[in-house]
Ligand binder design. Structure first.
Ligand SMILES: Cc1cc2nc3c(=O)[nH]c(=O)nc-3n(C[C@H](O)[C@H](O)[C@H](O)COP(=O)(O)OP(=O)(O)OC[C@H]3O[C@@H](n4cnc5c(N)ncnc54)[C@H](O)[C@@H]3O)c2cc1C
Length: 474
């Protein structure tokens, strides 16, 4: 009987046991569950840091499954071919997974679902990566939202439902199919010596995510509104890496934030709103997938962006050597920790796209290679928002001044001291770690002089404004 056959649970960006709709449904069915992760073309193509982070996540998730008497079967190849082979080997009658929303995953999953259904396999996708499915949020006219505030107004009162508990038991199949060895995949290869440095700062897995959420709600959320903009303090939740790989569900985070708001904890509403930005990014990626590749506002196609990555300015920006302390601190923080404070993300993006007149896609790709919390939707929206080419974007002429930003948000110089070694008698470990992490071929040393600015801030600003005005005349 088909109902007795095992279920293949295809894990992707949902490496958790708690609040997992597909896993809970599979366990409730009473059938054997075979968890599988596929290293397919799309996963192979991840940037260096997200791929390294995925490897760490898979390691921890495999152990969590083992504690439940289950396993994570690892296979490499095209998703359809791998699933077909596993169906043959195990007699599975169903393949279930949690939905993804980027266009490449949607195209792959749509094809896989159709092919599986064709051969009589119960192929099902479940929600869980988002609070609200993008197609369920509509304007009064039946369209999609292009501006955050009305989007937020339309969803903030919704109840996304309570998070589900982790299953007590995951029934194992009579015989396990063979699995690749995670070490053989060498997912951290492109990180070279940087991996060991980032590992000091990275926390991985569902248990770590739950711990972080709990401590943030207990101690951090109260001061979140005031502290979230200060890059030199630990004032935000630090959950983005976990959310990116689905080691915690947004429902779980939302539920904790809502409870904190009900208890009157200051900052909780602001925190929920930030989760709203993540939803908004996905809403836009679903309705306009070109946000990942093209100027969302087509009039920007005429802008004379520089996108020649051989240019010294772009190389210096990537290396955190622009001579502008806030910009360099942000880029170095990312290189060392795999993450960058949100205020710094805005400042480095503004500097690249405005002072250096560089195409936002150059910066977006660098983030995609260096961020352990890389998220396709939030990254694209963030870059287009800052560049001015995106939906609900900051106007181009509002150019961040990295010096005044520093005076405002890092008055005591905590952030720049933490990340820039040059010029300090006794630099902290964080600042020195940058020189351990970067490739030797960059030839950098903490004893070097701090670089001169690539361009005066006033001069860069005026040049950007001239280019912007020129664009309007084109
Ligand atoms: C140019 C640029 C690129 C970015 N790239 C990414 C990316 O690749 N991955 C990523 O997760 N975020 C990205 N962000 C958004 C934001 O910087 C990070 O989500 C945030 O810094 C993560 O830290 P946290 O978890 O401590 O955030 P908190 O302040 O604690 O916020 C809680 C959660 O809300 C969500 N969130 C917060 N701010 C934003 C935002 N502006 N847009 C979308 N979601 C948000 C995140 O899921 C975050 O974990 C980018 C922002 C900019 C300006």
């Amino acid at each position: 009987m088909a109902e007795q056959t095992p279920i293949l649970l295809w894990f992707r960006r949902d490496l958790r046991l708690g609040d997992h709709a597909a896993l809970s449904a599979a366990c409730e069915s009473g059938r054997a569950v075979i968890p599988v992760f596929i290293l397919d073309e799309e996963t192979e193509g991840l940037g260096a840091a997200p791929k390294w982070r995925l490897g760490k996540g898979l390691e921890v998730f495999g152990k969590a499954l083992a504690e439940k008497g289950s396993r994570l079967v690892l296979r490499r190849g095209a998703a359809q071919a791998v699933l077909d082979a596993l169906i043959e080997e195990t007699g599975a009658g169903a393949v279930w997974w949690s939905r993804l929303y980027d266009p490449a995953s949607v195209a792959r999953d749509t094809g896989v679902k159709a092919a599986l259904k064709e051969r009589g396999i119960d192929a099902r996708s479940f929600g869980g990566h988002l609070l609200f499915e993008p197609w369920t949020v509509e304007t009064g006219q039946g369209g999609f939202y292009k501006v955050f505030t009305p989007f937020w107004k339309s969803v903030r009162g919704r109840d996304p439902g309570a998070p589900r508990p982790a299953p007590g038991k995951i029934a194992a199949p009579g015989k396990w199919p063979a699995s690749d060895k995670l070490e053989d995949w060498d997912l951290g290869a492109a990180m070279d010596r940087g991996g060991a440095v980032v590992a000091r700062f990275e926390r991985v897995g569902e248990a770590a995510a739950l711990e972080r959420l709990e401590s943030f709600i207990e101690e951090g959320v109260n001061g979140y509104r005031e502290r979230r903009d200060r890059p030199g303090v630990d004032g935000t939740s630090g959950l983005s890496g976990f959310l990116s790989l689905g080691e915690i569900s947004p429902h779980r985070v939302w539920a904790a934030g809502s409870r904190a708001a009900e208890e009157g904890k200051r900052g909780a509403d602001t925190f929920l709103k930030e989760l709203g930005w993540r939803e908004f990014a996905y809403h836009l990626m679903h309705h306009t997938p070109r946000i990942l590749t093209d100027n969302w506002r087509e009039e920007w196609d005429a802008f004379p962006w520089d996108n020649d990555e051989r240019h010294k300015e772009i190389r210096d920006w990537k290396q955190g050597r622009t001579g502008v302390p806030f910009v360099d601190a942000g880029l170095r923080e990312m290189y060392v920790t795999g993450r960058m404070h949100n205020r710094a993300r805005m400042v480095v993006a503004s500097y690249l796209t405005k002072h250096l007149l560089t195409d936002w896609r150059v910066g977006m790709r660098w983030f995609e290679d260096c961020l352990t919390d890389w998220d396709p939707a939030s990254n694209a929206l963030g870059w287009q928002w800052v560049a001015g080419s995106g939906p609900d974007a900051a106007p181009y002429f509002r150019i961040f001044n990295p010096e005044t930003q520093l005076e405002k948000f890092d008055k005591k110089g905590l952030y720049t001291r933490a990340w820039i070694a040059e010029g300090q008698d006794d630099p902290p470990e964080t600042a020195l770690a940058y020189f351990e992490a970067v490739p030797r071929s960059w030839g950098l040393s903490p004893d070097d002089a701090y670089p001169d600015p690539l361009i005066g801030l006033k001069e860069g600003r005026e040049r950007a404004l001239r280019a912007y005005e020129g664009r309007a005349e084109r």
